[in-house]
Write a protein that binds this ligand. Structure first.
Ligand code: TYD
Length: 122
């Protein structure tokens, strides 16, 4: 919804965000060479927007791995349940905003890759 003054992007639940938004968090000031994530969620759905800078997402559904670079505030990356993710190559100015359909619950994290593979094969 930008105009000649600049850009404006609106995120609305059930419109361009495919779920009810229950949580928003953001990640910034990530140190160089840090790898974040390294987990999957058994039920969480998320949309990630890199509103400044850039970083890379490795996404893995247990069968196929894909690397996606996020470097534009007009792109949202949807990550459904049971996807292993690793986030790396953060630029110093990287800011990630994440919209999630559930509140934080450590019990629905899978932080062990072998356990992730076992879970998705069930
Ligand atoms: P974590 O999910 O491990 O971060 P990342 O996957 O990006 O590396 O979260 C780091 C810490 O923050 C961990 O102790 C859990 C806590 N946390 C919350 O309390 N609420 C939240 O919404 C999130 C995402 C994390």
């Amino acid at each position: 919804m930008g105009d000649d003054r600049g850009s404006l992007i609106s995120l609305e639940q059930s419109k361009n965000i495919p779920f009810k938004i229950n949580r928003v968090y953001y990640i910034y000031g990530t140190k160089t060479n840090v790898v974040r994530g390294k987990h999957a969620h058994t039920s969480l759905k998320q949309v990630v927007v890199c509103v400044n800078g850039s970083c890379k997402f490795l996404l893995d559904d247990g069968l196929k791995k894909e690397v996606i670079e996020l470097n534009s505030p007009d792109v949202g990356l949807y990550i459904g349940k049971n996807i292993w993710r690793e986030i790396y190559n953060f630029s110093k100015d990287c800011i990630l905003i994440v919209l999630a359909n559930k509140q934080y619950n450590e019990e629905e994290y899978i932080r062990d890759y072998k356990k992730f593979i076992k879970t998705i094969k069930k």
